[in-house]
Design a protein around this ligand. Structure first.
Ligand SMILES: CC1=C(CCC(=O)O)c2cc3nc(cc4[nH]c(cc5[nH]c(cc1n2)c(C)c5CCC(=O)O)c(CCC(=O)O)c4C)C(CCC(=O)O)=C3C
Ligand SMILES: [Fe+2]
Length: 356
């Protein structure tokens, strides 16, 4: 569909809004993906600890409020919609409502900055699912009805790196003045199965696109914050224990660091744009408990979603598209109607999901 863009869809992961949502939400997340029941029980507990409410929906609505205000100041008159992969508002319902409102060509902003199956390809699958649902409803191919163009990976945008560096500096300033100079900087992102990381990105680039992007973003943010050294670790692992995932885990790494010395640690969740459950539970609860047991002073840096530069970045990505940038020039991850970024790109490792 080559009509001009007439709307924006913010597309995210979704999270429960109350205790009764927790189980059905987790069922949606893990549909046929080999997450053991014990792990699901444990994760359900994490959500129930917060009354069954994930902060993610409210945080996304904040991002959308800022985006609407930013678009207005930039003189861009496009309505902003919100849809999720795993919980309400579900992308299928949102896209259907967009169609009913007369929207025919939307730009899709995903709340993941990264490549890889979970961070990019799965968002393309969400877009295809929504177009399929539209097709079922109207009896015509979804792509004859509407076009949806996902914006590119944005982990390397200068606004992101600058916002992340400032969040690190702010965390360092919260440490006691006499030990700040020795602080150790540790970046963390969501772990994924090692096989999924190996398969991440177009085959021509040799795989490992996700972990390489996270490593490169960490390098840049550390340098911008004035750190000569840093570590990169992973968090929130799920899946059966016999399957390798990216390591080390943040909590294991805190043990390793404490065995060396008790210099304070700054933990920067570079892998996430907002303080959702993976941050407030896995870092602010679990990792904090480990650090306290070890007597290791620890400060967690904020996430970038609340920084005005994050909004500026989304608007810059949108403006580039409004100026007629084609998908190839826009950067990796930008395709129309859920098309893969390249042949064989991020092919899912799960036999239950055939590669498109
Ligand atoms: C790379 C990546 C991102 C970053 C990119 C992006 O942001 O998209 C991310 C984000 C998120 N992950 C989230 C939550 C969950 N992730 C799970 C499971 C999994 N994540 C994976 C990867 C990622 N996940 C993987 C490989 C699995 C295994 C199962 C599968 O292959 O799908 C599970 C199941 C239970 C468990 O095992 O933990 C839950 C509940 C929430 C919402 C938090 C909230 O509610 O506030 C968010 C933003
Ligand atoms: Fe996840």
């Amino acid at each position: 569909m080559s009509t001009p863009f007439d709307s924006i869809l913010v597309l995210s992961f979704g999270g429960p809004d109350g205790p009764e949502d927790v189980r059905p939400f987790l069922e949606n997340v893990t549909r046929g993906r080999g997450v053991p029941p014990e792990r699901l029980d444990a994760v359900a507990e994490h959500y129930l600890h917060f009354g069954g409410v994930s902060p993610i929906n409210r945080l996304n609505l904040d991002i959308i409020d800022h985006l609407r205000a930013g678009l207005e100041s930039a003189g861009i008159d496009l309505p902003v919609y919100f849809g999720n992969r795993n919980w309400h508002p579900m992308i299928e319902d949102t896209v259907s409502a967009m169609y009913d409102d007369g929207r025919r060509h939307a730009l899709v902003f995903p709340t993941s900055a990264w490549g890889g199956y979970s961070g990019c390809a799965q968002y393309h699958e969400d877009i295809r699912r929504a177009l399929d649902a539209l097709s079922d409803k109207h009896g015509q191919p979804g792509t004859d009805l509407m076009g949806l163009r996902k914006l590119p990976h944005y982990w390397d945008r200068p606004e992101m790196i600058a916002a992340c560096a400032d969040a690190i500096t702010a965390a360092r300033d919260r440490l006691p003045a006499d030990s700040r100079g020795d602080a150790r900087l540790v970046f963390t992102a969501h772990s994924i199965p090692s096989a999924a990381d190996k398969a991440a990105g177009p085959p021509t680039l040799g795989g490992h696109l996700y972990s390489r992007q996270v490593a490169a973003a960490s390098e840049r943010a550390a340098a911008a914050a004035g750190f000569a050294a840093h570590d990169l670790v992973w968090q929130s692992r799920s899946g059966p224990p016999q399957i390798p995932w990216l390591e080390p885990d943040i909590c294991d790494h805190l043990e390793t660091l404490a065995a060396q010395n008790l210099d304070p640690v700054i933990v920067c969740p570079i892998g996430f744009v907002s303080d959702h459950l993976e941050v407030v539970w896995d870092l602010d609860t679990e990792a904090v408990e480990v650090a306290e047991r070890l007597d290791l002073p620890m400060e967690r840096a904020g996430t970038v979603g609340v920084d005005p530069r994050f909004t500026d970045m989304i608007i810059a990505l949108i403006s580039a598209q409004l100026q007629g940038l084609d998908t190839d020039a826009a950067g990796m991850g930008c395709t129309e109607n859920g098309a893969r970024c390249a042949v064989g790109c991020c092919v899912s490792q799960r036999p239950s999901r055939p590669a498109a």
